[in-house]
Design a protein around this ligand. Structure first.
Ligand code: NI
Length: 177
């Protein structure tokens, strides 16, 4: 396994619409997924999409840490998970605002509005179908990573630019990150 270089905002791979994976079992896909998991752990991230490591394929890895969960089962902690060719469907009209960061924009955070609840489906690293309902932080990370597969970075979703800045300044303002 290898730790891969993470593309930063401005690199064209981050603006491209990624291609579906034809064969999740292919050895190069299996190696890619193992490297993505290792790279995310090394960067202490909660999500990483393949375009962020310069591969324009529809794959992301994510986790929901214990600290970002609630009583709702749709917000339960999730170990490191892989989603291939995901499809995300919002449930209901409710939106939630939360602070997001991204490994492609180190040191920055912005407050972003996302769907509060959604259903997603896709394939696991073993090629098995998975379907799940997510809310809270789990729903945020799914929408953030899925955006990467469509060439969207979170600054493109900012509505209030006074809620965008460097982490150290936001912490000084008492913003919970
Ligand atoms: Ni990101």
């Amino acid at each position: 396994m290898s730790i891969l270089k993470i593309a930063r905002m401005g690199h064209p791979v981050l603006w491209a619409k990624a291609t579906p994976v034809a064969d999740p079992a292919a050895p190069e896909i299996q190696r890619l997924i193992a490297d993505m998991i290792e790279t995310m752990a090394d960067a202490q991230g909660v999500g990483l999409a393949a375009p962020q490591i310069h591969v324009s394929l529809r794959i992301f890895v994510f986790r929901v840490p214990e600290s970002r969960t609630g009583a709702d089962p749709a917000t339960a902690p999730t170990p490191v998970s892989v989603l291939i060719n995901p499809e995300v469907t919002p449930l209901g009209e409710e939106m939630q605002r939360s602070w997001e960061g991204c490994l492609s924009l180190p040191g920055l955070r912005a407050e972003i509005s996302r769907h509060a609840r959604l259903r997603y489906r896709g394939l696991t690293e073993r090629g098995e179908s998975v379907e799940c309902e997510a809310a809270g932080f789990h729903a945020v990370v799914i929408q953030h990573e899925n955006d990467h597969l469509d060439g969207i970075l979170y600054p493109m979703r900012i509505t209030d630019f006074t809620r965008f800045g460097f982490t150290e300044n936001l912490a000084a303002l008492g913003v919970q990150l």
